[in-house]
Design a protein around this ligand. Structure first.
Ligand code: CA
Length: 394
């Protein structure tokens, strides 16, 4: 449940004082709206004490990346050897919790673990924005979509009032996704469950609650117990038939179009499937079934659903993508990204900590390197830039 995608114009305020005054009057209105949803004045006042508008939330909303991340980069970061190794550790460490969630909701442990790994890197990347402050800012000052933020703010207050999560532990993305599973508050109210039996639903400090809640989400999204999300296929040269997650067709329809499994064997699987070609007709292709849609519903993007599906396969011991992505500049693993950052630091660039997370500082440095190499300046961390740095060419 990542940040929703918003394309919003910059909002200009006459002055900060004006914004502050508007914010306070907006909060008064929210207090009444929250009361109508059962949030007591005392809960509201305690949660709002000292909350000020955070204009960085509005900036984050407006900050559209200038360069669209290619699918192979996206998957390269989220489904790498490190993530697989850590996922296997987690499956061992929390084996009884995974078994209980699997039993209770019929969703297999590898899929639950994959969601955990992609959403929050197994709890390590849960977001640092104070939830109440970010959502209040969005509810009062976002130029559009205020209703979304207002609804999520009131849902957050309801969570606080129930005593499920400690208010001082409520941090997340600027758009409100929080905890191990990165549910937004309204999703939390609908789908979070108690996994450790203490009567509370705490997706921040209870791993059993988080894993059971993810399983519940997938079950409610139509998960078919025991079925596969899909698998990689080969499409005949010159294929010009339909593709995409939808519309779905019986496997026999795809077989009749000459599509086979990646190893050349005939297609199998029950129910209808879509043919996914996320990098176009010259890249890897996948046949995707109903359980792929369950993963898709977690975040509404094929790149995301594919990351969950492929990571779950790697955790099962299956291979990752076997076809070739249509690029001559392959993505870097996180370890390679750290190496790239260390090399940039050694050249005098400020990229922050070499943590493998490529933010604006690293991108700016990469752009300069790309310029020196005569490459288009995209800021993308790829093999070509890393090779040039390692070879001392820049
Ligand atoms: Ca609990």
């Amino acid at each position: 449940m990542r940040a929703i995608r918003l394309a919003l114009p910059l909002v200009l305020f006459a002055s900060a004082a004006c914004a502050q005054a508007g914010f306070q009057s907006c909060l008064s209105g929210l207090r009444a709206d929250a009361a109508a949803k059962g949030v007591s004045g005392a809960t509201f006042d305690r949660a709002m004490a000292g909350v000020e508008p955070d204009m960085k939330v509005i900036e984050a909303m407006n900050n559209q990346p200038e360069f669209k991340t290619p699918i192979w980069d996206y998957l390269g970061t989220l489904v790498d050897d490190e993530k697989v190794a850590e996922g296997r550790n987690m499956l061992r460490q929390y084996a009884s919790v995974f078994a209980a969630a699997e039993q209770r909701f019929g969703v297999d442990r590898h899929t639950i673990a994959a969601v955990w790994g992609v959403e929050s890197d197994f709890g390590k990347a849960r977001g640092k924005w104070p939830l109440v402050q970010s959502l209040a800012t969005g509810a009062c000052l976002a130029p559009r979509r205020n209703a979304f933020f207002k609804g999520e703010l009131i849902a957050t207050l309801q969570i606080i009032q129930r005593g499920d999560v400690r208010p001082d532990r409520l941090f997340g993305s600027w758009a409100g996704a929080f905890g191990h599973t990165q549910f937004i508050p309204s999703t939390y109210l609908r789908l979070a469950v108690d996994g450790d039996g203490d009567g509370k639903r705490d997706l921040v400090d209870s791993i059993p609650d988080a894993l059971h809640s993810t399983a519940n989400f997938m079950a409610k999204a139509g998960w078919v117990t025991g079925a596969s999300w899909g698998y990689e296929v080969r499409v005949p040269d010159g294929y010009s038939g339909p593709s995409g997650r939808n519309p779905k067709h019986p496997v026999s329809t795809w077989a009749a179009r000459g599509i086979v499994k990646f190893d050349g064997s005939p297609l199998n699987g029950a129910g209808n499937a879509g043919l996914l070609m996320p990098a176009g007709r010259n890249g890897p292709a996948f046949l995707v079934f109903k359980n792929y849609d369950a993963a898709y519903s977690y975040n509404g993007a094929d790149s995301y659903a594919l990351a969950i599906s492929l990571l779950s396969d790697r955790l099962r011991g299956k291979p990752g993508v076997q076809g070739q992505w249509p690029t001559d500049d392959l993505p870097l693993s996180r370890e390679q990204r750290r190496e790239l950052q260390r090399l940039l630091i050694s050249r005098g660039y400020n990229v922050g900590e070499p943590d493998g997370a490529v933010g604006s500082l690293t991108r700016t440095a990469i752009k300069e390197i790309e310029g020196k190499l005569g490459m288009p300046q995209t800021g993308r961390p790829g093999e070509k830039v890393l090779r040039a740095l390692k070879g001392g060419r820049v």
